[in-house]
Design a binder for this molecule. Structure first.
Ligand SMILES: Nc1ncnc2c1ncn2[C@@H]1O[C@H](COP(=O)(O)OP(=O)(O)O)[C@@H](O)[C@H]1O
Ligand SMILES: [Mg+2]
Length: 258
């Protein structure tokens, strides 16, 4: 029994190594906080990379609160076989995998304890047939929990992007994410400031909704700024996030340089 389990773990580890060897760069996107826009940022970066001609996948690791398929407007059921599970492909060719695609009803709640969630992360890493990709982005759940630990212990990430909104409170969240990444030996690439500013619809003036500059004090560079824009939430609700136009050249350059 024990040796059987050990054998299974060994096979899983080999599968993870084999799958990940075909991926160019593996980047996690996270934050200590929920609702700051991790999934929006992941989706926008993936869309931008795809527009530049890169092959991209997103693994939605928010097992209990998945939102990536909804943002891309897909609820297709993935096809599985003895060699693994095929990701679903979005309109612009981004490959995605999420717990919500595997549930009989995508509104079903996943109420699991930590070990089961860790198990799901390992299975995703071992079983999804991404094939060759330039980039695989990991959309993390909030905080520093089993998912983050399992991911960072199972594969060698090329980097970690921290998402925050420019509130004073958000700085402590950045600090937490940084100390976890440091502990697990993952390179912090920078902070993406979401809901960073608003544009006045009448005069085009930039309005700093949450104030300015708090995350700068953390000594981590801000690599991208995304405005608070009703178009973003509308496109999320409509499943058309790929259509949002934004220049993320700064993030692109950093990812290309990895
Ligand atoms: N920059 C933004 N402008 C407008 N709405 C946003 C923005 N970022 C996020 N939202 C809204 O907030 C919701 C939560 O964002 P989400 O990315 O799911 O957060 P998280 O993944 O951090 O929990 C989204 O569904 C979207 O409607
Ligand atoms: Mg999310």
């Amino acid at each position: 029994m024990v040796s059987n389990l050990q054998e299974q773990m060994k096979v899983q580890k080999m599968n993870i190594e084999e799958r990940m060897s075909k991926i160019g760069k593996k980047v996690a996107i996270g934050s200590g906080k929920g609702g700051v826009g991790k999934s929006v940022v992941t989706s926008l970066i993936a869309s931008y990379l795809a527009k530049q001609g890169k092959t991209v996948g997103i693994l939605d690791l928010d097992i209990t609160g998945p939102s990536i398929p909804m943002m891309f407007g897909t609820n297709e059921k993935p096809i599985g076989g003895s060699s693994g599970i095929m990701p679903v492909v979005t309109e612009r060719g981004i490959k995605i995998m999420s717990m919500s695609l595997l549930l009989p009803n995508n509104e079903d709640a996943v109420i699991w304890r930590g070990p089961m969630i860790s198990g799901a992360v390992s299975q995703f890493l071992a079983d999804i047939i991404w094939d060759e990709l330039d980039y695989l982005l990991f959309d993390l759940p909030p905080g520093t929990s089993d998912v983050q630990l399992t991911l960072m212990q199972s594969i060698k990430l090329d980097g970690f992007l921290v998402v925050t909104s420019p509130q004073i409170l958000a700085a402590t969240i950045v600090k937490k994410a940084i100390s976890m990444a440091e502990e697990l030996n993952v390179k912090i690439l920078g902070v993406v400031e979401n809901m960073s500013y608003a544009l006045c619809p009448d005069c085009g003036k930039i309005i700093n909704v949450f104030g300015n500059g708090e995350v700068n004090k953390m000594g981590v560079p801000i690599v991208g700024k995304i405005p608070i824009d009703p178009k973003i939430s509308k496109l999320c609700d409509e499943g058309k996030i790929e259509e949002y136009e934004i220049d993320l050249g700064g993030i692109y350059d950093i990812l290309e340089g990895l």
